[in-house]
Every structure is written in C-alpha cells, then in structure tokens.
Design a protein around this ligand. Structure first.
Ligand code: GLU
Length: 590
C-alpha cells in the first residue's frame, strides 16, 4: 500500500463566469466560506439548503430541503416518486451512516417481470409503463434521515421547496431541453403533458414554471407525515396510477400496467445500514453498500489502483490504469452484486485488499484487457485468475441528481436521488404534481449470460441493483476530507472514481477534478469518452496501447464539498455539464 498525505490538497481555481441565473441568483461552480456549504445542480435547490443552514438547521435538515427543492426544479431526475441513497457523517462520533432508500419491486413480481412470451421487453416499452415503477423510497428516506440525525420536522424542511413549487422557478436551457427530449412520450400521458408542456408547448427559457399541485402534495406530506404516501391518499393515487396508467388512447402507446399494490407501500422501509469502507492511501473512503453496487465497485477499483503511484504516472498511464481498474471492478460487480436481502453478496470480500491485489495483477502498462473480462471470486482470491465465463454489463439509463452538504458543526451529507431515466416513467400522478420512477428497469430483464449467475434479476420486494455512489472520504483521524457523488446510471461509478483520483492523486482542485473530461469503462469493448478526451492526443496514445473508444457527449453531473482548515468549507459543482451546477456557502467570511 502506498501512503501519501493526500489530505492536503490545493483549493485554487478562480470561478468561471456565472451561468444562467435562477431566482436564487447566479449559478457559480465553486464557493468557499463558513457556516456550512451546499452543492447541487440547481441554484434554487442549493439556496433552499443554505436557508435551512442559516436558520440553524444541520446538514441533514438542509440535505432534505435541497432534495425536496430538486423535486421541484429537477422533476425529471428527482422527487417523491423515486428513491435514493443517503450517506451521513456524524461529526460528534466521527462515524459514517447510510440509508438505503431504493425503490422495491412489487411483492407480486418474479424473475419474469420484464419478459413477454419468453422474450425480454424492449427497454423503451418497459420505461414508459407501470411495470417499471417501484415503491418510492424517497419520502421514507427523508423521514428516516430527519428522525435519526436531523433537528427539524419534515414539514419545516419542505417549506422552501413548497414555496418554489407555488411561486415558480425560472426555466433554463437544461429544463427545456430535458422536456424536449421527453416530449413525445410525455404526450402519451395527458396529466404529464398538462404539467410539463403548459399550453401544449415546451416551457420557454426565462419563463416562470409553477407546480401548485406539487406544492399541495408537499404541504400534505409535511402536515400528515409520510403515512400519506405509505398508507394514505397519496399512496392510493400512486397505486391507481401504476395499475391503470392514465394514457391517452389516441396516442396508441401500450402503457403496460404495473402490479404495485397498497401492501407494497405499507411494507416499504428505508433501511439504515453500515457503509462500505475502503482504505486508500491512508484515507478511509466510505460509501453505500448493496443494494447499490457503488460502494463495492468504487472501493474495489481504488484498492486495485492503490498499487500504482497515480500521482507520478503520465496522463495516459493514469487513464490507462483507471480504465483497466474500472473494467475489472465492473466484471466483479456484474457477477456478485444484487440486493443482499435476496442474494449472497460478498461485500466484505469484494472490498478486501487481497482480492484487489489478485485482480490488479491482470493489468499491464503496455497492453489492454479484452472485455468482457470474467469475474474473479472474492471468496477465494486467485492471483491473476482468469475466471470462467464472462458476462457483459447490462444497460442502465442515465439520469438523476446528487447533492452534497456540510454544516457548521462538521456534519456532512452525500445524497444521490433518482427517478431513473430523465423523466422517469413519464407518468405523472394525476393532481399530485410529480412523476413516477422507472427504477425497476435497473434489473436485468434476462441474465446477461445464461451461463453466469445474475444477481440482479427481479424478485418480489427486491431492490434493483444501483450504481449510485455517494461518497465521504475521511482522514486517519476520521475527519472529513471530501464528499462527492454524481448521477449517470452505471457511469456514476466511473465518474466518482475518476473525480476521487483526480482530486486525491492528481491533486486537482475539487472543481477541476469535477470538470475534468471523463472516460467510462464498464467491462465493454469500447471505453466511452467525452469529446474533450475523444478529440485529444491522449486518445491516440491510449489507442496505441490497444484501447477502443466511442464518444459519449456528456457523462455525469458531480457535486462535492471539501473541508478546509478552521471551519471553512469549499463547495464545488460542474462548470459546464447540465448547464453548470450551483455551489454555495452560508457565509463567505468567518
Ligand atoms: N438508476 C440509476 C442507478 O440507480 C440511477 C440513475 C442515474 O443516475 O442515471 O444506478
């Protein structure tokens, strides 16, 4: 193991010019100051968190407020119709805790959920249907987080979001273009069209977008509590909508019904569970355990990379090792990670240095592994073992949202929430102002390779495997160094890995580690590259080693916070992706 004092990292980087302004003022990708910090993709949402911090709320209160506001301003990525994973650092005990708020399959589901006449459904058919809708986990996550570690009631932290929903927010390019890319299927569902295509048209950039129905839903949630969703009238409306998707018959769309029932909502629990931990160059990297594959896969890849001094490697060798470590970690993820309530997931062994070392020796400086690489067996690590049968990585949609919060007491939250695709199922609950998720399409529809056990087939009450990777890094004294995360389906894992190594090993300022052009290898023949890498000389250097590439126009939308000495925090977000993110602090001065 290499040990370097990675906790000391540069801050640097002047803020680039402010992007479009929302009601909350200019969007800036980096902010430094005191009293706590919030980073999200949206200025109104970051401001909602800052408002709660300013009034004495803690990081958990602020995280829920920010998430609820994202449900208004980023309704295609987040909201109470979806789920997510919440990671919390408690400053007093210097410990990390997590909540698995993943959506679950109906109790009536089985492995054939997404097959018809013995054949897997087309992905698009499964997405815009009731079949893909899992029991929402987000309301239960908010309530659990507040109960365990918060200092405010749900009703109080929902208030800023309620106000934004009622008074409106300013439509930006991202909101309009995300609506445009969903326009066709939104028109299948008249309630969705009525809400998101006001007057039958795409929302105009610069106009005010209001969602009074969502304001009322939040108000009800705040006054009645989450029982309104899990045992009450909001839940009844969800069930009705999933069982009879309110589709326009004239659209010709076959919106398959789902079998979500009242019982599914009644038995839903957001689970408190232990985080994953990987030690990396003297630091402790905490993240989320299965049912997400985020913590184990990022952790395994870090363990694999630990044998190489990435701080001294050339840019090409750094990327080469990052790509190869991702390739191997994805092979193991595919074979071993699913919902641990249903599958025997060797979480601890996947994160052991012994296993990582047995996998790292497959990587050579001058050649490239051939994908699909076969999985190793973490229970019986065999040095440089070639493994048996290999399975490719199954497809996952890409969209969601990540937020990161710190407070003046030193508590930190790293929280990723999602409704899966941009626009989720496309189905709005009539009169309630929010979209339902299509998270169940994260299950494998059929095994990726029938010869290899697939731990991610649907099952009754099962959580589909996620890639969400909200991460908090602590130093050797268990004090925070940095916290970050990203959306992007399975690319979340590679984005988090690349940003962590960019920051910790390559010593980039956090905002530049986030902005750096991304690569994503997920045990496929070709590695995806954003244009800035695809069009660079680095691509040619890597191709000379044997790498194959294809373009991906945009990967992820990360946010993070970094702890600086003296109670100071740095919040960082995207400079350009998704129209730029929003970093804020409570007070620029001490
Ligand atoms: N469904 C994805 C997952 O849980 C999240 C959606 C996304 O980030 O794109 O891994």
């Amino acid at each position: 193991m290499l040990a370097v004092s990675a906790a000391v990292v540069s801050v640097g980087a002047a803020a680039p010019p402010a992007a479009t302004t929302g009601g909350a003022g200019p969007k800036v990708p980096v902010a430094v100051g005191y009293g706590g910090a919030v980073a999200s993709v949206d200025a109104d949402a970051s401001a909602a968190g800052i408002e709660v911090l300013r009034h004495g709320g803690n990081a958990v209160d602020a995280a829920v407020a920010t998430a609820a506001a994202l449900g208004v301003t980023e309704p295609y990525s987040a909201g109470i119709g979806g789920g997510g994973y919440f990671v919390y650092y408690d400053a007093r005990s210097r410990t990390v805790h997590t909540i698995d708020g993943r959506e679950t399959a109906p109790l009536s589901a089985d492995a054939d959920l997404f097959t018809e006449n013995g054949k897997p459904l087309a992905f698009a058919d499964a997405v815009s249907s009731g079949l893909g809708v899992g029991t929402p986990g987000t309301p239960a996550t908010w309530q659990k987080a507040l109960e365990e570690w918060g200092s405010r009631k749900l009703g109080a932290v929902l208030r800023p979001a309620e106000r934004i929903a009622r008074d409106g927010f300013t439509v930006d390019d991202t909101f309009r273009s995300q609506t445009a890319s969903n326009e066709t299927r939104f028109r299948y569902f008249p309630d969705t069209a009525k809400l998101f295509l006001p007057g039958g048209r795409l929302p105009v950039v610069g106009s005010t977008f209001r969602n009074p129905e969502l304001a009322r839903t939040y108000e009800e949630l705040g006054s009645k509590g989450i029982g309104a969703v899990y045992r009450g009238d909001i839940g009844d409306d969800i069930v009705k909508t999933v069982e009879h998707p309110p589709v326009d018959p004239a659209s010709g769309w076959n919106a398959r019904p789902g079998k979500l029932a009242e019982k599914d909502l009644a038995v839903y629990r957001a689970k408190l569970q232990a985080p994953t931990r990987a030690s990396y160059r003297g630091l402790n990297v905490y993240s989320i355990a299965p049912s997400s594959s985020g913590g184990t896969t990022v952790g395994e890849a870090l363990n694999i990379l630990e044998g190489t001094d990435l701080s001294k490697a050339s840019e090409a060798q750094y990327l080469h090792h990052f790509i190869e470590a991702s390739r191997i970690a994805f092979a193991d993820r595919g074979r071993w990670v699913g919902d641990p309530a249903f599958e025997d997931v060797p979480t601890k062994q996947l994160l052991s240095q012994r296993f990582a070392d047995s996998r790292a020796c497959l990587i050579k400086d001058d050649t490239v592994l051939t994908s699909p690489v076969a999985p190793g067996d973490p229970r019986h690590p065999a040095a440089c073992g070639k493994g048996a049968a290999a399975a490719p990585t199954t497809y996952e949609g890409e969209n969601t949202t990540h937020l990161t919060v710190a407070d003046k007491w030193g508590n930190v939250v790293s929280y990723t929430l999602t409704i899966e695709q941009t626009g989720g199922s496309g189905i709005t609950v009539p009169g309630r102002g929010f979209l339902l998720n299509n998270e169940l399409t994260d299950f494998s529809f059929v095994p990726a390779n029938p010869a290899v056990h697939d731990p991610n087939l649907p099952g009754p009450g099962k959580r589909p495997r996620s890639s969400i990777s909200p991460t908090i890094v602590l130093d050797r004294h268990n004090r925070p160094v940095v916290a970050l995360g990203s959306p992007g389906g399975a690319t979340i894992i590679t984005t988090v890995l690349q940003t962590l190594t960019g920051f910790l090993d390559r010593r980039l300022p956090l905002v530049d580690a986030i902005a750096a052009p991304r690569a994503s290898q997920r045990n496929a023949a070709q590695t995806e590259l954003e244009p800035a890498l695809y069009d660079s000389d680095l691509r040619k250097q890597l191709e000379a080693l044997g790498h194959g590439f294809k373009q991906n126009p945009e990967i992820g939308a990360a946010t993070g916070v970094q702890r600086l000495p003296g109670g100071k925090w740095l919040a960082a977000a995207e400079k350009v992706r998704r129209g730029g993110g929003s970093a804020m602090v409570v007070d620029p001065a001490p």
